[in-house]
Design a protein around this ligand. Structure first.
Ligand SMILES: Nc1ncnc2c1ncn2[C@@H]1O[C@H](COP(=O)(O)OP(=O)(O)OP(=O)(O)O)[C@@H](O)[C@H]1O
Ligand SMILES: [Mg+2]
Length: 255
């Protein structure tokens, strides 16, 4: 458990007797960028649901930063403790500007509006920093609804990193993106992982190949392989259940 940001041991989740996760172990180190891959229904999203407290497992242990027992914490507490999640469904407010969206996500603003004024200087610095990181400085005054699909996704990532998480969970970040947007997203996630551990669920194997260091493969609720993408893509079991003989049937058309 030492130095693990996330320690997940023997976790099982059942839905009406169906095992969505079956005895899963997952250990994530500080500032690690881990990719989670596997066929539809493998349990990838369920695994993220367990980490952020949305789904409680039937069995197992899940610790964050060695000290927090995530199975005893509510989602809001887990979030406050430093675990942020970017969902696939959009959560930006289209009628607010990019900057306003970011300001709303600064944790202090949510608790007490007056504290916003006390901390305004700090907030401006944080907002500037995040705008720079996600590449939206030039568009800070644009309405979020005016952004291109990829830019909206980066703003969403900005909404999570402005909370200064220690662990960021991202489900299928490059779905629907152009090739150029995917590359930018990969570079962005790599940059974020210099400060924070990141778990990325993704089906785009070109993206995984280019940006992953470690990959965990799930199938029918079990971890069936892990290691570098180079290693797992040669694993006969992974080829059989997911990647196929051509090693790339999950690349999307836009890549
Ligand atoms: N709330 C739920 N109630 C019942 N079954 C569920 C629930 N959530 C997930 N499942 C089932 O658990 C299995 C794992 O689902 P999950 O969404 O975790 O898969 P996934 O790996 O994220 O798949 P995909 O790549 O399609 O997103 C699926 O068979 C799914 O139907
Ligand atoms: Mg999923």
């Amino acid at each position: 458990m030492k130095n693990d940001v996330l320690y997940m041991e023997a976790v099982s989740v059942s839905f009406d007797g169906f095992k969505a996760l079956n005895n899963v172990n997952l250990f994530i180190k500080q500032r690690e960028l881990r990719f989670l891959i596997g066929p539809n229904g493998a349990g990838k999203t369920t695994l993220l649901d367990v980490i952020c407290g949305k789904t409680k497992p039937d069995m197992g242990r899940v610790f964050y930063n060695e000290e927090f027992d995530l199975l005893r914490m509510k989602p809001s507490k887990i979030c406050k403790a430093g675990i942020s999640r970017k969902f696939q469904a959009p959560s930006v407010f289209g009628s607010l500007t990019v900057e306003e969206n970011l300001r709303l996500s600064i944790p202090k603003n949510r608790e007490l509006f007056s504290s916003f004024f006390d901390n305004q200087k700090g907030s401006i610095e944080t907002v500037d920093e995040v705008l720079e990181t996600v590449g939206l400085t030039e568009k800070r005054n644009w309405l979020a609804s005016q952004l291109a699909h990829g830019e909206k996704q980066w703003l969403e990532i900005g909404l999570t990193i402005i909370q200064k998480p220690k662990l960021l969970l991202v489900d299928e970040p490059v779905a629907g993106m152009t090739g150029g947007e995917r590359d930018k997203t990969g570079i962005l996630l790599t940059k974020i992982a210099k400060d924070c551990s990141v778990i990325v669920v993704e089906h785009d194997m070109k993206f995984v190949e280019r940006f992953s260091s470690t990959v965990t493969v799930l199938h029918e609720g079990r971890v069936i392989s892990d290691g570098s993408y180079e290693k797992v893509k040669k694993d006969p079991y992974v080829i059989d259940v997911y990647l196929g003989r051509d090693g790339g049937k999950h690349e999307s058309a836009a890549s």
